[in-house]
Design a protein around this ligand. Structure first.
Ligand code: CP3
Length: 352
């Protein structure tokens, strides 16, 4: 059980902490041998829907590396099947019936909060008891969920979706409204079960031009953030390759923004005033030799000075990452004193 003064929560809520807390996106997953061992016995959906397994996987990286936060092991697709959407994981999500008409949107259900994902609530309650660090809940932003619903799966350019916004703007708004209602309920259930922070993944927002984002993305994300505003938890918004949207994202009622590696943190403070910055090491740095990795992490730590910073990757960790490099990364972040901008120890090659 953790308290409100945990380093991660202080930084996420806007405090310029003496050390940067660290967690990494997709920290529970395929790069970990202990995850792959469980995956031989259970499917991804089984692990997500079985609270004991979800808790075990969530805590694997925290136990191994000593991260400053645990993120619930689940997926942004979790609240969609109760809406009537059928999804398989191979390993990415594949929809049997993409949502591409007004009639298909109207057929979607908006389940009550209690029906949505009782297994998530149970996992979070257990995590609050068992986790030594704060627990992050999460959901997909309505725009990104809509991107998958319309496209029917992953894609390089999500052309179907971007066409749909133009061909059927009213159906698109109706879809976004339903997804917003569901997302608010899904995140509320997580807060009520014990989540101490929430991350809203708007992974594909950066595909849109600023005008389309202001029409379709920002209002739905804003409604989610505002409806969770009185819950007292730290709210984090993530968009990837979205520098052109920062003027709009700056208007979001969020405590923190998770940014990718394309621009240095030091140049983003003015673009996102009053927000904690989370990020922004290129996940590819974890594929480099240890000395190159540590040097790059130290650069990110310097660039993050001058305001609240949660150290993270710019996007998810690659499955081929060597876990020893993740250990080195976490140690080097912990060794950096932001008050003196000095490294206490040289973490290179540290044995654990
Ligand atoms: O960060 C964490 O450790 C928590 C777990 C987590 C998963 N998915 C587990 C997962 C989180 C936060 C997500 C979010 C998610 N899921 C996003 C938004 C984040 C982002 O990357 O922008 C998206 C777009 C998805 C959809 C999704 N789920 C994809 C594209 C895939 C397949 C490819 C991939 O990157 O793994 C999944 C499946 C998935 N979700 C796996 C895991 C560990 C792989 C399942 C397996 O083991 O085969």
């Amino acid at each position: 059980m953790t308290t409100d003064d945990a380093l991660f929560l202080r930084a996420a809520r806007g405090e310029d902490t003496p050390r940067a807390p660290v967690w990494i996106m997709r920290q529970a997953g395929r790069y970990l041998p202990e995850y792959r061992a469980l995956k031989e016995r259970y499917s991804f959906w089984e692990m997500v829907r079985t609270p004991d397994l979800a808790v075990e996987v969530t805590l694997q990286p925290v136990t191994r590396f000593g991260m400053d936060a645990a993120i619930l092991f689940s997926d942004i697709m979790t609240p969609l099947p109760p809406m009537g959407v059928d999804i398989a994981f191979r390993p990415g999500p594949v929809f049997s019936d993409p949502v591409r008409s007004r009639a298909a949107v109207d057929a979607l259900r908006v389940p009550d909060q209690d029906e949505l994902a009782p297994f998530v609530a149970e996992a979070l309650r257990e995590l609050r008891r068992a986790s030594p660090v704060p627990v992050i809940g999460f959901g997909g932003a309505p725009l990104t969920l809509a991107t998958y619903c319309v496209q029917g799966g992953g894609s390089k350019d999500f052309a179907e979706f971007r066409g749909f916004l133009r061909a059927e703007p009213e159906a698109a708004h109706a879809l976004l409204d339903k997804l917003t209602d569901v997302t608010v309920r899904y995140l509320r259930l997580q807060v009520e079960a014990g989540a101490q922070a929430l991350q809203l993944f708007d992974s594909w927002a950066g595909l849109l031009d600023e005008r389309s984002y202001r029409e379709f993305g920002l209002p739905s994300a804003q409604r989610v953030m505002r409806e969770l505003g009185d819950s007292g938890v730290a709210r984090i918004y993530l968009a990837v390759d979205a520098g052109h949207l920062y003027p709009a994202i700056a208007e979001l009622d969020t405590d923190a923004v998770s940014v990718d590696w394309r621009r240095p943190l030091s140049r983003l403070r003015d673009d996102l005033p009053g927000k904690t910055l989370q990020g922004n090491l290129d996940p590819a740095a974890l594929l480099a030799p240890a000395d190159a990795l540590v040097a790059e992490a130290q650069r990110v730590l310097y660039e993050g000075l001058g305001g609240p910073h949660v150290f993270n990757l710019g996007h998810g960790v690659f499955p081929q990452t060597d876990p020893d490099n993740v250990a080195r990364l976490v140690d080097s972040v912990h060794a950096f004193d932001r008050r003196t901008a000095r490294h206490d120890t040289v973490p290179l090659g540290t044995a654990r």
